[in-house]
Every structure is written in structure tokens, then in C-alpha cells.
Design a protein around this ligand. Sequence first.
Ligand code: ADP
Length: 172
Amino acid sequence: MEDRLEIIEGDITRQKVDAIVNAANTSLLGGGGVDGAIHRAAGPALLEECRKLGGCPTGEARITGGYNLPAKWVIHTVGPVWRGGNRAEDELLAKCYRNSLALAERHSVKTIAFPSISTGAYRFPLERAVRIALREIKNFLAHNRTLEKIVIVCFEKRVYKAYKSALEEMGF
Ligand code: ADP
């Protein structure tokens, strides 16, 4: 197993890492789920900075400060809404991981935490999303030497279990 990857159960807003990833929506103006939790924990200055970004297309990523969070940065990425699988959902989700990691690399981030993008309100099938996430992280780590730790923070037991079994199955 790649020792730079860790899967944990917990709350991403509490992670002491350089950057946390937010599963945002295209407006970048906050929402429910992990997005709401991140904005609450970061404080209103995060929303103020997000307003200046003018949104973010699905699959892309933007970076802001972390304000009251323990993390220095928040990388906002917009996962696809699941619409049955024929609307490029797989590729768009893969792009979220790729673009977030590329942005982290450009900002010399050494430790980063991800939530399970798109598997909440956006209804992406969990097992499928988990495999895409792990494949992209694995590909990234194969070429990158600057990131020391990638933590996947699972807020729900079923998400944690899905990651753990996929990890074993994929021989990570
Ligand atoms: P999306 O709209 O991309 O589906 P959601 O926020 O609805 O985003 O859900 C994505 C995942 O984030 C879900 O697995 C949800 O359980 C998880 N989540 C919600 N709150 C937190 C949190 N504080 N820390 C980490 N993960 C969280």
C-alpha cells in the first residue's frame, strides 16, 4: 500500500493539513453538506474571497485561504451531479481529483485532505466514485514527489467501508 495515502473517519474541517478540498457547487457561494461545514468553520471571510472568484465550472478547481480553519488553503472543486452515467460524470469526477491535486502541487502543499466528492447530495454511486478517486490519487502519486500525505476523510461509515474495501481490491 502507498504509505502517502490515509483513509480515516472524521470531519474534514478539523484536519490539520496544509489544504482541505471542498466539494463545492458551481457558484462557489456555499451550500449544504461538506461545503456548508467548511464555510461555517472558516468564517465569513471565506465567502467574501469566494465571491471574487466568479464561480467554477464542474470538474475544475479554485484555491482560497482557509481563514479560521486549521488548514492554510481550501481547494474548491465542483463534482458532477449524477445523471445516470452518460453525461461524462466519470471523467468530470476524475478531473476534480486531478485538478485539485495539480493546484495543490503548484502551491507547494505537502498535506491535503479530500472528502468523498459527489457522493452526497450529487448522488454519484459510491463504489464507482471511490474507484475513480483512488485511481486518480494513485496515478498522481506515481509521478509526484512533493505531496507527503493525502488523507481521505470519510464522514459516514459506509463511505469509510467503501474506501477500505476498494483499496484492498485495487491492491493500492
Ligand atoms: P456533493 O454535493 O459533492 O455530493 P456533499 O457535501 O453532499 O457533496 O457530500 C459529499 C460527501 O461529504 C458525503 O460523503 C458527506 O457525507 C461528506 N461530508 C459531509 N460533511 C462532511 C465533513 N464535515 N467532513 C467530511 N466529509 C463530509
